[in-house]
Design a protein around this ligand. Structure first.
Ligand SMILES: [Zn+2]
Length: 110
């Protein structure tokens, strides 16, 4: 795990929206089982399994190379193609449709 409060840009990449990282509500995971997320793009990989587990456990927001369907918030975009972005809960005083670290929301796969 890396980047809780330090090392992450204040705003979501290429936007004027404040990142959940800035307030300590998000963490990025770049490696799972010793291998980069970039090298685990296939569904069923350890990174995929962890992402799905976090999503199913009720992550407030999960960015990753994949989009999961269900009741949670899951997104993918070019910035989140190489890591898992986990936000456990809503940032106090924020929330709603505008609260996302997604750079460009991608509709769930059919
Ligand atoms: Zn992140």
């Amino acid at each position: 795990m890396a980047t809780l409060r330090s090392g992450h840009p204040i705003n979501v990449f290429a936007t004027s929206r404040r990142s959940a990282h800035t307030d300590g509500y998000a963490a990025d995971i770049w490696k799972v089982d010793g291998a980069s997320v970039t090298r685990q793009q296939r569904p069923g990989s350890p990174a995929y399994a962890l992402a799905l587990k976090l999503y199913d456990a009720g992550a407030y927001q999960l960015g990753s190379p994949w989009v999961f369907t269900g009741t949670g918030s899951s997104f993918t975009d070019a910035v989140h193609d190489d890591h898992l972005h986990l936000q456990k809960r809503q940032v106090p005083g924020r929330g709603g449709a505008g609260e996302t670290d997604a750079v460009a929301l991608t509709a769930p796969a059919n």
